[in-house]
Design a protein around this ligand. Structure first.
Ligand SMILES: Cc1cc2nc3c(=O)[nH]c(=O)nc-3n(C[C@H](O)[C@H](O)[C@H](O)COP(=O)(O)OP(=O)(O)OC[C@H]3O[C@@H](n4cnc5c(N)ncnc54)[C@H](O)[C@@H]3O)c2cc1C
Length: 454
């Protein structure tokens, strides 16, 4: 079952996974002398502010993704990049520690997925543009056709091809209609927020979506000057002993500070508790009150592997399939979109082709995430044990104060929160005998009378 010239391809969902799948497929077609017709179905208008234009995320682009994109010739225009983040500050109940990367050129950037937070439209023209819109334009530049509609149903025809049925537009009749098109190959990139995954569960090739948790994201307006005075160019990570919370992060983003909370199905009450914590409040201007209705959302985050995300002529990519645990979801979408396109063009589009070409990459990511789960459970331990927390902050501070130190724990923390390395690499550094030794010494010191004062 090959993808031959003239094939019709439907990509459902125009987030990073969808736009990049279309981009890589068309790029490979160009290199191999093939022609495909690629329709990219995406109802969201990324040029709108607030929830209608946004795919809900922290908006941090890892340095490994920036490097991969640059190597591929994909440039990110200046107006997309709101802040270059050059360091992290780790806030715990036992103190704070600043973490700078080993190499000065290591930078991560913050972006808006849509046209910015609700209310930003009052700043016209907007001084930034949408990341997701940019990726979609890259795919369109290679010939993808944007269909600005939601897909309602997928049906296999007698020959095994896939019919795409659209949700009726406002004012249209709700009667079942003719399919919009019949496709040789379908890539599902519907993310996890919405009913998109059901389209693929109903196709009966054994797909089950990944396990998810609910996160919490808010954009707080402070004005660019205040944001930089308060946060600098650092991302602030909070590892606090608040039940239900895994970690929270405050990221400078131009005039805004993006606050995300990850945990076990974060709700408004937990978000309120975290926002009221003194460690968080001290980063906001004095007397600053959390806005009653900031631009906020509670998106779903991928925390477990999918089951069978491929069948004959169909494959799932991005958050609705395998992604990286708690970080670099856009980088994961980039990687998997590329493997998916390569498999389809060089092997074929039968279930067996995806099992051999695409599935091993998913499994590798899922295996790495298992180590990620172990690291985050260590982090849970740290949040509950004050002497362990103190030891960790102490070791990071010591590492950061020495220029000749390999800074293993600091760099493991940097990579944990930037997503710039696999959990396997992070694990090796975090559990290096020297790191464990320093942690043990610091823990013992913390138990001595006046130990923590030193
Ligand atoms: C709280 C939080 C913070 C995060 N922070 C970061 C971060 O800082 N950096 C990072 O790299 N990643 C981050 N992520 C992960 C990142 O958001 C995702 O990994 C990434 O968006 C996945 O891209 P996607 O294209 O698979 O899915 P999405 O971005 O969710 O895109 C799916 C698209 O499919 C469309 N769609 C859905 N159903 C249909 C349908 N029926 N018909 C047509 N279209 C449809 C939707 O409109 C949407 O545009 C974060 C996630 C969360 C929850």
């Amino acid at each position: 079952m090959e993808l031959t010239s003239g094939a019709r391809v439907a990509v459902i969902g125009g987030g990073p996974a969808g736009s990049l799948s279309a981009y890589f497929l068309l790029d490979l077609a160009r290199q191999t002398g093939l022609t495909f017709q690629v329709d990219l179905f995406e109802p969201r208008d990324f040029n709108q502010t607030g929830p209608p234009g946004c795919n809900m995320c922290g908006g941090v682009i890892s340095e490994s993704l920036m490097q991969k994109m640059a190597a591929e010739g994909i440039s990110l225009p200046k107006e997309l990049l709101l802040d270059a983040i050059d360091s992290y500050v780790l806030h715990t109940d036992s103190g704070a520690a600043a973490i700078r990367p080993l190499q000065e050129e290591m930078r991560i950037a913050s972006i808006f997925r849509g046209a910015g937070p609700q209310g930003a439209e009052s700043q016209s023209p907007l001084p930034w543009s949408s990341f997701d819109q940019h990726l979609m334009q890259l795919a369109q530049g290679l010939g993808a056709r944007h269909v600005p509609r939601r897909v309602r149903q997928l049906v296999r025809d007698a020959e095994g091809r896939l019919e795409v049925h659209l949700q009726p537009a406002r004012g249209e009749s709700d009667e079942p209609e003719e399919p919009y098109g019949v496709y040789d190959f379908l890539i599902g990139c519907v993310g996890l927020n919405g009913a998109g995954v059901r389209l693929f569960e109903e196709l009966d090739f054994g797909y089950q979506p990944p396990k998810t948790d609910r996160a919490w994201v808010a954009e707080f307006y402070m004005g660019a000057e205040e944001v930089h005075r308060r946060l600098g160019h650092a991302m602030h990570i909070f590892l606090l002993d608040i039940p239900g919370m895994k970690f929270a992060a405050l990221t400078p983003k131009g005039h805004y500070a993006t606050f995300i909370i990850l945990g076990d199905d974060v709700n408004e009450e937990l978000a309120r508790q975290v926002c009221l914590s003194p460690h968080v409040r001290e980063l906001f201007p004095e007397g600053w009150e959390t806005p009653v209705r900031p631009c906020r959302c509670q998106p779903r985050i991928n925390i477990g592997p999918p089951v069978h995300p491929f069948g004959d002529r169909v494959v799932l990519v991005g958050d609705c399939a395998s992604s990286r645990l708690y970080k670099d979801g856009i980088g994961a979408a980039y990687r998997m979109a590329k493997v998916c396109a390569l498999t389809a063009v060089t092997r074929g589009i039968a279930a067996e082709d995806f099992r051999q070409g695409y599935w091993p990459a998913c499994q590798e990511m899922d295996r790495d995430n298992r180590l990620g789960h172990m690291l985050f459970s260590m982090d849970g331990l740290m949040r509950h044990l004050s002497f362990f927390r103190w030891a960790m902050v102490t070791v990071i501070r010591e590492e950061q104060s020495r220029t000749d130190d390999p800074r293993r724990l600091s760099s493991a923390m940097w990579d944990t929160f930037t997503g710039s390395a696999s959990y396997r690499h992070i694990f090796r550094r975090a559990f290096h005998p020297l790191v464990l030794w320093r942690l043990c010494v610091a823990m013992l010191r913390s138990l001595l009378p006046a130990g923590r004062g030193r």
